[in-house]
Structure formats: C-alpha cells, structure tokens
Design a protein around this ligand. Sequence first.
Ligand code: FAD
Ligand code: FES
Length: 509
Amino acid sequence: MAELHSKANGPDLVQGIAIADLEDGGKLVGHCGDEQVLLVRRGSEVFAVSAICTHYGGPLVDGLVAEDTVRCPWHHACFDLRTGEALRAPAFNPLACWSVEQRAGKIFVVEKRKRTAPMVRDGGAAPERIVIVGGGAAGFAAAETLRREQYQGGIIMISDDQAPPVDRPNLSKDYLAGKAPQDWIPLRGEKFYSKNNIDLRLETKAERIDPRSREVVLSDGGRIPYERLLLATGAEPVRLAIPGAEQSFVRTLRSFADCNAIIERAANARRCVVLGASFIGLEVAAALRSRGIDVHVVAPDRRPMERVLGPRMGDFIRALHEEKGVAFHLEATAASIDGSTVKLSSGDTLAADFVVAGVGVRPRTGLAEKAGLKIDRGIAVNAFLETSAPGIFAAGDIARWPDPHSGENLRVEHWVVAERQGRTAALNMLGHREKFAAVPFFWSQHYDVPINYVGHAERCDEISVDGDVAARDCLLRFKREGRTLAVASIFRDLESLEAELEMEHQSAS
Ligand SMILES: Cc1cc2nc3c(=O)[nH]c(=O)nc-3n(C[C@H](O)[C@H](O)[C@H](O)COP(=O)(O)OP(=O)(O)OC[C@H]3O[C@@H](n4cnc5c(N)ncnc54)[C@H](O)[C@@H]3O)c2cc1C
Ligand code: FES
C-alpha cells in the first residue's frame, strides 16, 4: 500500500490556469488548499475531482480517461468524473468533486461540491430479503452495492469467518511484511454494517440450502428464508496430503486469522519453507524476507509462475526473489515433514521453523453441489450470474461464467473480478438485467515490483515482449492465433489500461 499523497503540488487551481494549458482530452494535477485535484478536459467541459484513488491512493493523473470516467493506474478502479462515484472495484468510496468555472480564458476550481446520492435505477419490484452466503470480496461488494442502490429490504450476510470482510490481498503483502497496521485490513469498520442495516452474522456456517423452500440451513439447525440468495463462498487452500502436514507449524493462508498465525510463528523463527511458487507462495516469501527470515521455496515447476506469465517473466521473478535472498528448490515437491525437517522428492532435506503451503485453492462449491445446482468445475452461472436454480446467484472464486472476451466459460481467483461480480449479482438480484462483461484483471506485488494482468489466456501460442523484462519496464502480450488474449505488465500502467479498454471494445463490437 502506498502512502497517500498529501503534499500540495502543481498550480493553485483556485487562482486558475490558462485554458490553453489543458488540451482537449488532457489531465493535470494542481491543488486547492491542501488537497490534490485532478483536472480533466473533455471538449469544452472541465472536471475537477480528487487526484488520489480511494483504494490505495494511486495517482489518477497517471491513469486513463475513457469517456466521462477516469481509471486508476494501479488496480484499475474506475470513477465517474461527473459525480466522483466509484463505478468499479477495487474502489468503493467516491472521489471528492469540485465545481469549475471558465472565464477570461482561464479555468478556476471554485469549491468542493456536496455529495449527492448516486443515481438509482429502477429495477422493478425489489425482493423483501436478500441472503448472502460469504463474507469476502464478492459478498461484501454485493451488500455494499445493494445499499448504495438504496435497497430498503433486509440483507443477511452469513460468514463462517470470525472477521468481517477483509482486504485479503493485503494478507500476503504489506500486512504480512509488517508494513501495514491491523486497522487497514477490514474493508469497512464494524459500524458500517449496523449503520447500513446489514445483518452480518460471523462464525455462522451455512450447512445446506433448500432451493424448494428457499431457505438457507445453518450448521446449528437455524433456517433463514430468502427471496434472492447470493452464493459467494470463495475458495479454500488445498491441504497437503503428505506425512507430517497436520502439524501446527504447517500453515496455509486465506483468512485474517491464518495471516496472524503466520505472523506469530514468524516472530520467533529464522527459517521458513514455502511450498508452492504460486502468486501467494511468492508473495509470502517476499513478505517474510522483509521480516529477515530465511526463505526456501519448493515447487514442482521449472520456473515460478511460468504457466501464467511465461518463461521470461518466470526467470525474472526467480531472479528478483534470489536477489532478495530467497532460495529456490524447483522441480521438487515435499515428500514428508518430520519434526522441523522438510524432506523433498529429490531426497534433499530442508530445516524449517515453520512451513507455509501455497499449493493452490479449491472453490467451496459444497452448498451448490448438495442443492443440485449445475456444476462445471465451479458453479455454472449465466451472463447475469444466475445459477441453474431460480433466485440463486453465484459470484467470485466459485463462479464459472461465460466470458465474452475469450468466448470461454471462465472461473478465476481474482480479487477485483470477485468484487465486480458481487456488484453485478447485486444489481441483478434487484431486477436489473446486467451482463457481467468486465475484462478479468489481477495484480500481484513482489517487493517493489507490481505485476498487472489483464484478460485471460488459458493457452497461448505466442508471447510478444515489448520493453525489457529485466529492467522492470515491459508489457507482454499473450496471443493465440494472432489475437491478444491477455497482457501482463510491469510499470506500464497506462498501456495496461489501454489494453483493457481495447478488449472491452472488441467484445462489445
Ligand atoms: C493471501 C491472499 C492474497 C491474494 N492476493 C490477491 C491479489 O493480489 N490479487 C488478486 O487479484 N487476487 C488475490 N487473491 C485472491 C482473492 O483474494 C480472491 O479471488 C477473492 O478473495 C475471492 O473472493 P470471494 O468473495 O469469491 O471469496 P472470499 O473472499 O474467500 O470469501 C468467501 C467467504 O465465504 C465464507 N464462507 C465460505 N463457505 C461458507 C459457508 N458454508 N458458510 C458461511 N460462510 C462461508 C468464507 O468464510 C469467506 O468469508 C488473494 C487471495 C489470498 C488468500
Ligand atoms: S490504488 Fe487505485 S485501484 Fe488500487
């Protein structure tokens, strides 16, 4: 997470700037008092909004203006320039807006506008009660959207986690590295739920659903009737099936509690073995290096992340981690864990004070399976995120949806996709008919190197590289039969946003 920009930079916009200094389509940052303000000109209109993204403080001046929106360079949130509204996750809070006057060839930013309630679309008769199973990215985004849309009915959110919805991506990054305080982790404070009349029931497990009586049955036998139901149960870490894996110093990472348990272990540890060179495994490795722990990564792959990012990026990521002191044991798996020794398939042994297993996740589709919903390596949903059972929607890591960009049915494990699906599902539960058409996006962070990925390329026959991967300035295009299916980039944020926009246009045409 970056520090928020607080210094007043650029011209004083209250004093005004020459219209000629802001070309049509251009943007610049100035200040009004202590606040950084972004000016955007579109034809004769000029917009003034806060220059800082409400997610992690990304500089919007480095983002992309598309029609009347601005998109953040860091994780692709999108804001309405007219109202400041956060239109797309991962941002939820709106940008502040200022009124603008043009006179005598100059642009003046006048005063901060009062926030107006977001426009609410009429979706017809709203249901009386909506139940959400899952207190993660998709579940939270759905509840937030329902209230933002002025939905007046009951919202019950059931989560078997002990923590309210948290910023899960941070659990393998700054928080685990000890660089983010605990209070950054909840997506919203507890008051948000009571103030918005969201009945958040933590440590409550949904045992099964009964689509005929339209009830969710809890593990304590309680029954909760629903008119519309959102399944947003996410995924769970795959548990290792090797001797010794059940010991308490072998950890996985999904929840806030998992993360705190690892931090506790790390406090008195010198060496950690990370099993798996996936995004999570390597982010954990990076975070633990920041805590001064010796990290050994064991994985069956030839190169880390090669399957998703290709060989050149894989080599770069390996070199980056090695530079920071991580030791790799590739083309190897853990065969057993005996006391504090991890025995590898190669016969080598590694000493470890604790082990973190990041060997993949499994979607939590049990509720849907038991209820007889259509399953397709995940819960099958249509473009409106409806499952095969009337009134039941699914979103996030569990949902396989028809992706208009690749033409394939996809299920991904991306934070932003889960949040955006939660939002679309919420709108559709209110009776709107909105197709989920967002281009998949994820990011990963290794030390000071962010990797952004747009689109989805399950298979590709060509990877073209623009720039220099080793110099941390590159854009890779993953192509099949000449068509770009996905783009990965390091410090090419604007091009990543442009690629996303292009993919949106392609599938809309
Ligand atoms: C450590 C970590 C780091 C990550 N970093 C990134 C990243 O940098 N970028 C990125 O794009 N993605 C990242 N991801 C992936 C991302 O977090 C997931 O894709 C996202 O959280 C999926 O959202 P979801 O709502 O589907 O599931 P989740 O966020 O997992 O939420 C599921 C919720 O359902 C609850 N639940 C499940 N079953 C039941 C039940 N039967 N009854 C009651 N409650 C139930 C769970 O307790 C949980 O609260 C990361 C994941 C992890 C674990
Ligand atoms: S900082 Fe803007 S989307 Fe994350």
